[in-house]
Structures are given as structure tokens and as C-alpha cells.
Design a protein around this ligand. Structure first.
Ligand SMILES: [Zn+2]
Length: 191
């Protein structure tokens, strides 16, 4: 027997998996090989030491405690997930709202003009009856206002509102994208 085989047999002996025949071969080898004898005695002493050591049993509720902790962690993750989803909806909605507001502020006249040209909108307006006149008056007033160069300040004010809405829309859009990306990375991490 080679020392390499003896080493394998020693491991088998440690695991209690050695056969009687193998044990005899190992015994014969260590009688003539001081190196393997020393190894065998060392491991044998280790096994004895472990067997003498008192067994420390985990407390009865150890498993339950671990499961509880895992559950708490999972719930926290779940809560975080739902929270992110809600915030995602909120930021998404605000992005659209502010964006629409900005577009309306910038292209108010154009939108009003194109709406007035729509036959359905026209009919809807006429369906409003007495209010129609008021709206028509206001439309004329609006036209007069935009045509009047002296009222440029109003236009600038409206546009600055539009710019503010646009910036808010962009800010919400960024928040939305960040949350979405965080959700993606979380998904990858939990995979
Ligand atoms: Zn040997």
C-alpha cells in the first residue's frame, strides 16, 4: 500500500466507512510507516476528542426564531416592493400631469384654435347654449390679447409657468426612472 492510499483509508476510518479488509491493510501499513502512523494517531486523537466533547444542542425554538427572522426580512422586502410600486405610480402620474400642463401652457392658443376648428367641439360648444357666447367672447378677447404686443408680459408669465411645469415634469420623470431602475436592480439581486 502506498502512503496516498493509507491517507484515503485514514479518512474513511474517520468517517466510520472503512471496511474490515481496508482496516487490516491500513493497520499493516502504519506498522511499517512512521509518517502514516503519526497521521493516523493524530486523526484518531481528534476523533476521540470530538466524541468526548459535550454536544451543544441548538435551543428548542432556534429553527422557529430563524424562520421568523427570514419572514420578517421577506415582509420588509415585500413592503419595500409595494412602496416602490406606489411611488412609481405617483411619479409617473405627476410626470404626465405636469407634462400635459406644460404643453397646454405653451400651446394654449394653438390647442384652442385647433379645437375650435373641430366640428364636434363646435357642436359641443353650441350645445352649451348661453355659455357659448361667453366662451366666444373670451376666445376673441384671448385673440386680441395675444395680438396685442403690449400684453407680452402676460405671455411671458404664462410661459414661465409652462417652463416650471416642464421642469417639474422632468423631475418627476427622473424620479420615476430611478425607481424603475432600482426595481430592476433589486430584481437582479434577489434572483
Ligand atoms: Zn505511509
Amino acid at each position: 500500500m502506498k502512503c496516498q492510499d493509507a491517507e484515503k483509508y485514514i479518512m474513511k476510518y474517520m468517517d466510520g466507512e472503512i471496511s474490515k479488509q481496508e482496516a487490516e491493510q491500513l493497520n499493516e501499513h502504519i506498522q511499517h510507516c512512521p509518517g502514516c502512523k503519526r497521521d493516523f494517531e493524530f486523526y484518531d486523537a481528534m476523533v476521540e476528542l470530538f466524541e468526548e466533547m459535550p454536544l451543544y444542542e441548538a435551543p428548542a425554538d432556534f429553527e422557529m426564531q430563524v424562520m421568523l427572522q427570514i419572514q420578517t426580512l421577506e415582509e420588509g422586502k415585500q413592503y419595500c416592493h409595494i412602496k416602490n410600486r406606489i411611488w412609481g405610480h405617483i411619479w409617473g402620474t405627476f410626470t404626465v400631469l405636469f407634462g400635459t400642463g406644460a404643453i397646454l401652457a405653451f400651446y394654449k392658443e394653438e390647442i384652442m384654435a385647433s379645437l375650435a376648428q373641430q366640428p364636434y367641439f363646435d357642436r359641443w360648444l353650441s350645445g352649451l347654449g348661453p355659455i357659448e357666447a361667453t366662451i366666444a367672447q373670451q376666445g376673441e378677447a384671448l385673440q386680441a390679447m395675444t395680438e396685442n404686443v403690449s400684453l407680452w408680459t402676460d405671455k411671458i408669465l404664462v410661459n414661465s409657468g409652462g417652463i416650471l411645469l416642464m421642469l417639474l415634469s422632468i423631475a418627476c420623470g427622473i424620479q420615476y426612472m430611478l425607481l424603475k431602475r432600482k426595481k430592476e436592480t433589486d430584481k437582479v439581486r434577489h434572483r
